[in-house]
Design a protein around this ligand. Structure first.
Ligand SMILES: [Ca+2]
Ligand SMILES: [Zn+2]
Ligand SMILES: [Zn+2]
Length: 252
């Protein structure tokens, strides 16, 4: 009988500990309904781009945890939409990760924050109205910025893997309190309709500034006195967007 813990296990624990000790991490619990798939990786200049690499390049350590793959679709007509209330119900019955962060050290900077994502086999609502073939995804709870949905019934999501990946990174960006005004015409936070060139799979400089340098409270998803969507520090005010109203705060 041996009580020696294998060296490989120990070194794995050290790597895990170190990776969240020096910077905050975000864990994404990702569920999907049956008949859907998770966003595929995309090759750019010979490099495989994934949610993890997109966020890593912006200084966010993201751990994507693909969880359930067989959630039953709601019993609604094919052209009907899933409501925000129904998304809430889905989240409360399938989300395991807390909306609160956990910490492995006594300081905020080494928190692991939690985000929930679900791919639903339905269309989504826009401002409480059902508009089929309109919205690709949604970060539906502006209060905690802790969950997003992808609407897999959308033809674009099913037929265009790169656009599906980009949509997912975009909705997650809203959970990190990024807005369309933080896009630069081609980057992740620029909406498909507003593209001024070929879409790229990276965040704009101003989005990266937010993700790397802005206060945790106005950035990380989830509840811990976290600021709601649209509450930003004044650095965002110089990047206006005609359809967005931001509230400038100090985010302390
Ligand atoms: Ca789950
Ligand atoms: Zn958006
Ligand atoms: Zn910011």
């Amino acid at each position: 009988m041996s009580r020696i813990v294998p060296v490989r296990f120990l070194s794995l624990m050290v790597v895990l500990l170190m990776s969240c000790l020096l910077v905050s991490c975000v864990a994404l619990e990702f569920d999907r309904m049956s008949g859907t798939s998770f966003p595929p990786s995309h090759m750019v200049n010979g490099q495989s781009v994934t949610l993890r690499t997109i966020y890593d390049e912006a200084g966010i350590k993201l751990d994507v945890q693909e969880d359930e793959t067989n959630i039953q679709p709601l019993n609604i007509a094919q052209n009907d939409c899933i409501s925000d209330a129904e998304l809430d119900t889905l989240e409360s019955s399938h989300r395991q990760l807390s909306i609160f962060p956990t910490s492995i050290c006594p300081f905020d900077f080494c928190n692991t924050y939690h985000l929930y994502g679900v791919v639903v086999n339905h269309y989504g609502e826009v401002l409480d109205a059902c508009l089929p073939e309109f919205v690709l995804g949604k970060m539906w709870d502006g209060h905690t910025r802790s969950a997003f949905a992808i609407f897999y019934r959308m033809a674009t999501i099913q037929s265009n893997g790169p656009e599906y990946l980009r949509t997912t990174a975009h909705e997650m960006g809203h959970a990190f309190n990024l807005h369309h005004s933080d896009g630069d015409g081609t980057s992740i936070m620029t909406q498909t309709d507003d593209l001024e060139g070929t879409a790229v799979f990276r965040f704009s400089d101003q989005s990266r500034d937010h993700l790397m340098n802005h206060p945790a409270r106005c950035k990380f998803p989830g509840a811990l006195g976290g600021a709601p969507f649209t509450w930003v520090i004044d650095a965002h005010a110089v990047w206006p967007h005609p359809l967005e109203e931001l509230t400038v705060t100090d985010c302390d």
